[in-house]
Design a protein around this ligand. Sequence first.
Ligand SMILES: Cc1cc2nc3c(=O)[nH]c(=O)nc-3n(C[C@H](O)[C@H](O)[C@H](O)COP(=O)(O)OP(=O)(O)OC[C@H]3O[C@@H](n4cnc5c(N)ncnc54)[C@H](O)[C@@H]3O)c2cc1C
Length: 408
Amino acid sequence: MAIDFSFPPEIDALRLKMRDFVTEVVRPAEALVAEREGDRRFLVKSIIEMRVAAHDWGLWLPHMPAEYGGMGLGHVAMAAVSAEAAKSAFGPYAVNAQAPDEGNMHTLLHWATDVQKEKYLRPLCNGVARSCFAMTEPEVAGSDPTLIQTRAVLDGDSWVVNGHKWFISGASGAKFAILIARTEEDPEIPQAANSAFLVDLPSTGWNVVRDVLTMAGHHNHAEIRIENLRIPRENIIGSRGQGHLLGQARLGPARLAHCMRWIGQAEVALDMMVDRALKRFAHGSLLSEKQGIQWLIADSTMELYQCKLMVLHAAYKIDRGEDFRSEVSMTKHFVANSLGRIVDRAIQVHGALGYSLDTPLARMSQQARWARFADGADEVHQWRIAQRTIDAYKRDSSTRAATGDLPL
Ligand SMILES: Cc1cc2nc3c(=O)[nH]c(=O)nc-3n(C[C@H](O)[C@H](O)[C@H](O)COP(=O)(O)OP(=O)(O)OC[C@H]3O[C@@H](n4cnc5c(N)ncnc54)[C@H](O)[C@@H]3O)c2cc1C
């Protein structure tokens, strides 16, 4: 039989090593940081120490090739280690596989010139630089990048850019941005209007207005006014009009990387739900003995099982160079929604404790909320999924190809 649901021994060993690393190194550091909330210097020191430890454990940069100091794992193997790393919010940072840097690394690896790779990708991989990805604008729907208003105009050897961005994660303190701006006035197709640029930071004309305050507090999601920013002509990534193509190529694996981390979070929530149900006594029995609570556990278990299968299958398709767009869309939608439901059920079983900040559940719930619209809103994914299903039926008189094209 060709289908094998086990990992090769060396990948399984890495998965377990990542679990031990998170238990022995990351979780204790996370607890110390929580005790000193607001102490930014201590936070930075702790992340540096975790990163040194990640090198010692052989767990640095799992998603990048050895040429850049990484472990060279494919997407399926990444699913194994990433879900373990994400069981602590700091895990991905410790191994340098956090958003948005992870997605930016993939973008640069596949699209940048050799010179751009040396200047921008290598420092990112070495952990001495951070980056951001600047696409969304407050004035137009982020779901539709053909509406982007930020403009880049060629002037001699420079692009001159004017525009307005917001929710740019990690912008403060980033050494560079990948900026998406409109360069083509009359493209053949609307998707070919934008181009991607590398912007050194800080730069004159790149003005951070504020850190947008969200329901989860301040998390370095910046609003940026771009005024007569000059970017060297050679800092374009790919060619003119390829911004959308590049964004899509980036977003597929980046969306799946989010799903891998969300699986780790969902598993923590389910573990906590069961642990609490086994310990809390009310109305004559433990919560775990009550059917109402068992339903919450059962629904969460079934959903998490589906999440894992979907992530592994989408990762498998990316690794094999097959068209993964539909599978990543379905996976992103399903995992984002499952995460929200599972965390919410865990909060329910914990009662007031779940609503407090004494457990990680409340913070996980805030993160789970944005998962449903960032990197593709639910409805946009549903629209695309339905389109592909209808197309498959029109083509084959069957919807089979749209349901993962599995041998069933
Ligand atoms: C925590 C966080 C971090 C982020 N980080 C970044 C970042 O680093 N860089 C960056 O560029 N952006 C970032 N974003 C922005 C994010 O990518 C956008 O929020 C997302 O693309 C949606 O765009 P929007 O917010 O403008 O919503 P809109 O596009 O205005 O959509 C709002 C709602 O409209 C509905 N909708 C939209 N299109 C359709 C449709 N075709 N059919 C049916 N309904 C539809 C959906 O319900 C959607 O949720 C971040 C956002 C958050 C919350």
